[in-house]
Design a protein around this ligand. Structure first.
Ligand code: PMP
Length: 437
């Protein structure tokens, strides 16, 4: 395709005057001259300001599970908001969505609404602290839980060289502006490191309120939990009275109708959902067992917000969850994702590039390395520069996963077999361009 970028370049000149780096979120900055200005999106595609069409595998960092502008969701929202968007009282849609989630997700008895994944995980930490009377949080390296101060340590933005020895990891802060006092509240552990986790918990449990885990490393190439890993976390939490929080912001309603709890059969005490539950409309929840969620309430544990449970988000979730609960859209996604995973692997093998395709069809990652990575430190050893060169060539061809190999490819129900075929032929070409073949 002829890849024109004239209007896009001028647009970013303008954007940079009024927004730092010309973006509304740091994660969206691809480098000056590389960013894409979006004009519109529909189904599995978006168009840039110069009229180029792209097959979208970023899908807004994961929320768009059915396809952009999915009519049944948009219509449900448009209909609902005719009767108001926010009331400062409880309304029918909130209860309906809460009931849907409790029905779909094995470990959820009760929920409270939030508006973003970060807000939901932040509240889950407070609930865990309140429930246990303890303050420290165990998190895993390469996990991201949101943009607030408590959790910006040892995320996928930390260089692996800043994480310390794997037997005694260092909380690596990833931003300026985070109070020093918070460093002592985070205990990082490498993902899938059974021995370090067990030893750490046995040494520190009396201070530990929660272990927060992304069941699949959705911010580090979709690295999977080793058999027994989630079960070990569950057992340690039971043994030491620690709250197990599963951050399902990326996996929820995507890898199974009941998310990772259903997929892996491990039930946490608290769980957070966002992204796919609203097909791109802003909505999130903190859910969990009645006993733990019962900590929330006036005079007990604070939770609230003007927009929590607003009509826009709950109407979108009502329509999206109704469709996901039927199961067929996730089957379509699995079929398309599997075809992509296999096809990509075939192309890389033919080109003689050592690789592993990680994760599950609905959100998979690619690591260009010999050894299969099982944690963030190992991902950092992969040839991520080559991956970026391949993806930037792929983007110019018209298919857009994230050039950062930490971010998975997301698949939606609108991706067709033809999209998959086109993507694979673009990918084959992109590998040739990137390797000079
Ligand atoms: N948790 C996980 C696992 C995430 O991937 C993200 C966002 N990528 C968040 C939390 C934060 O969600 P939000 O951007 O909606 O605040």
């Amino acid at each position: 395709m002829t890849h024109v970028t004239q209007k896009t370049d001028a647009f970013f000149e303008r954007a940079r005057q009024v927004m730092p780096f010309g973006v509304a979120s740091n994660f969206r900055w691809w480098g000056d001259g590389h960013d894409i200005g979006v004009a519109r999106a529909e189904g599995a595609y978006f168009w840039d300001l110069d009229g180029n069409r792209y097959i979208d595998y970023r899908l807004g960092f994961g929320p768009v599970i059915l396809g952009h502008g999915y009519p049944a969701v948009v219509e449900r929202v448009a209909e609902a908001i005719k009767n108001g968007t926010i009331f400062a009282f409880t309304h029918e849609l909130e209860v309906k969505v809460a009931e849907r989630i409790a029905h779909m997700c094995p470990g959820v008895d009760m929920v409270r609404f939030a508006n973003s994944g970060g807000e939901a995980t932040m509240h889950s930490l407070r609930i865990a602290r309140s429930h246990t009377g303890r303050e420290k949080i165990v998190k895993f390296e390469g996990q991201y839980h949101g943009m607030y101060d408590y959790m910006l340590f040892s995320t996928a933005s930390s260089p692996a060289s800043a994480l310390g020895h794997r037997r005694s990891p260092i909380p690596s802060v990833v931003s300026s502006g985070i109070p020093k006092a918070l460093h002592s509240l985070v205990i990082p552990v490498p993902f899938n490191d059974f021995e370090t986790l067990e030893r750490t918990v046995r040494q520190t449990w009396s201070d530990v309120a929660a272990i927060i885990v992304e069941p699949i490393l959705g911010n580090a190439a979709s690295i999977m939990p080793q058999p027994g890993w989630l079960e070990l976390i569950r057992d340690l939490c039971d043994e030491y009275g620690i709250v197990m929080i599963m951050d399902e912001v990326k996996t929820g309603f995507r890898i199974a109708p009941g998310g990772a709890q259903e997929f892996f059969g491990v039930i946490p005490d608290l769980v957070t959902y966002a992204k796919a539950m609203g097909n791109g409309f802003p909505i999130a929840v903190i859910g969990g067992k009645r006993e733990v969620m019962g900590s929330v309430g006036p005079g007990r544990t604070a939770h609230g917000g003007t927009y929590c449970g607003n009509v826009v988000g709950t109407a979108a979730a009502d329509a999206t969850l109704e469709i996901i609960a039927r199961g067929d859209v996730l089957k379509t996604i699995e079929a398309r994702g599997s075809a992509l995973m296999q096809g990509i692997s075939r192309v890389l093998t033919a080109a003689g590039i050592a690789h592993h395709v990680l994760g599950v069809p609905a959100m998979f990652g690619i690591a260009l390395c010999e050894e299969k990575p099982t944690d963030y430190r190992a991902w950092a050893q992969a040839d991520n520069d080559l991956y970026e060169r391949i993806v930037m060539a792929l983007v110019r061809n018209g298919a857009v996963p994230d050039p950062d190999s930490r971010e998975p490819w997301f698949v939606c129900a609108a991706h067709t077999e033809q999209d998959v075929g086109e993507t694979l032929s673009y990918f084959e070409d992109a590998v040739k361009v990137a390797t000079g073949g």
